[in-house]
Design a protein. Structure first.
Length: 86
């Protein structure tokens, strides 16, 4: 149980850091940050492997880079939809 809580907290923190790096506005608040953290960890693992410090099952550096990439892509898609609707 404590492992699940640590994993969720790490996902939120990684999503918030990724959002801060890109300086975007990740929709969904804490839930959006958590999703960005989980997807970022997955993306970071695919692109960079599992190196660096690991906390709560996340390789922290690749997860942060993956989360920043994910938030950037979501921001681009969001802007594209906003332009097409205007």
């Amino acid at each position: 149980m404590i492992g699940l809580i640590i994993t969720i907290i790490m996902a939120v923190v990684i999503g918030i850091i990724g959002d801060a790096i890109v300086r975007s506005n990740m929709p969904g608040g804490i839930i959006g940050s958590m999703i960005a953290g989980f997807v970022g960890a997955w993306l970071g693992y695919l692109l960079l492997g599992k190196w660096g410090p690991q906390i709560g099952g996340f390789a922290v550096i690749p997860a942060i880079i993956g989360a920043a990439l994910f938030v950037f892509l979501i921001g681009m898609i969001s802007r594209a939809f906003n332009r097409s609707n205007a």
